[in-house]
Design a protein around this ligand. Structure first.
Ligand code: SAM
Length: 293
């Protein structure tokens, strides 16, 4: 079959937009990639093979979808903007392994999708040029569900990628970095300048690869409490861990919190940003004992 020209060029993208009278919606974070070289790198980092089932969020006019469909077994995309659906039907008509769902990914039942569409899958990957205004809720929502997705390869705002992959003692390290590390091995695999998008965003981007761990990095007695301790420790970065925990656990006395920190071998005057995920796990397991007394 004669395949059409690649979508991810400036001329073809402008041609598609003009033909369909498409108007960009800023509120949906619509910045379309027009660089085939970068798209190919994303697909390579995502390790897509003929056995891979891919979930894509926000196909736009289909530039990444097309490159994924060439390599993957099947690609299922969620696109919130209904005006893009007829465009995608046309731009991707040469591929029979793509399914487009017109839905807000934050409301979608991905578990159900995997059970129905990917029931015989041994390799599932999520690949996306994510809408920047909801990067973190999308990633956290999916990771918390512990879906059988083996890896995520996502383009996001550069600063957010740095925060999500931040390490202790650095300015980028925060509660989200700990959460991401808990579920995955994060790595920034590519920096992407703002100039390769139409329209150009105000920020640079990076591709973050998250290799999902088969079991979380640390063993915790109570996952909810663990994340509560982590979030609480970063409430005010300049405050000591003891003061932040006092503010978070108003139901536990200061003496007991101090004792928990000492038992965990942590200096109460230190700041949350210096603690490793292992420190947080140890501390939360001790606090779990206190709470459940
Ligand atoms: N994949 C295309 C590309 O690389 O050129 C477009 C990426 S653009 C940064 C983000 C896309 O996500 C847009 O098509 C936008 O309409 C879509 N989007 C925004 N919010 C969404 C949501 N909640 N659920 C699904 N898609 C969404």
């Amino acid at each position: 079959m004669m395949l059409s020209k690649d979508i991810a060029t400036i001329s073809r993208t402008l041609e598609i937009i003009q033909k369909h009278g498409f108007h960009f919606k800023k509120g949906f974070g619509q910045n379309f990639l027009v660089d085939l070289n970068i798209l190919n790198k994303i697909v390579d980092h995502a390790e897509i093979t003929k056995n891979t089932y891919v979930i894509e969020i926000g196909p736009g006019i289909g530039s990444l979808t097309e490159q994924l469909a060439k390599k993957a077994k099947k690609v299922v995309c969620y696109e919130i903007d209904k005006t893009l659906i007829p465009i995608l039907e046309e731009t991707l008509k040469d591929y029979n392994n793509i399914k487009i769902i017109n839905e807000d990914v934050l409301k979608a039942d991905i578990k159900e999708l995997i059970n129905t569409e990917f029931c015989d899958a041994s390799d599932i990957a999520l690949v996306a040029n994510l809408p920047y205004y909801i990067t973190t809720p999308i990633l956290m929502n999916l990771l918390e569900q512990k879906l059988p997705i083996k890896r995520y390869c996502v383009m996001i705002q550069k600063e957010v990628a740095q925060r999500l992959s931040g390490t202790p003692g650095t300015k980028d390290y925060n509660a989200l970095s700990v959460a991401i590390q808990y579920y995955t091995e994060p790595k920034i695999v590519l920096n992407v300048p703002r100039t390769v998008f139409i329209p150009q965003p105000n920020v640079d981007s990076a591709v973050l690869k998250l290799k999902v761990r088969t079991t979380p990095l640390v063993e915790v007695k109570d996952e909810k409490l663990f994340f509560h301790v982590v979030k609480g420790s970063f409430i005010q970065r300049r405050k000591t861990i003891l003061n932040n925990l006092k503010q978070t656990f108003t139901n536990i006395s200061s003496e007991l919190l101090l004792e928990a920190l000492q038992q965990a071998n942590l200096n109460p005057q230190t700041r949350g940003e210096t603690l490793s995920i292992h420190d947080f796990a140890r501390l939360s397991n001790i606090i779990a004992n206190l709470v459940h007394l």
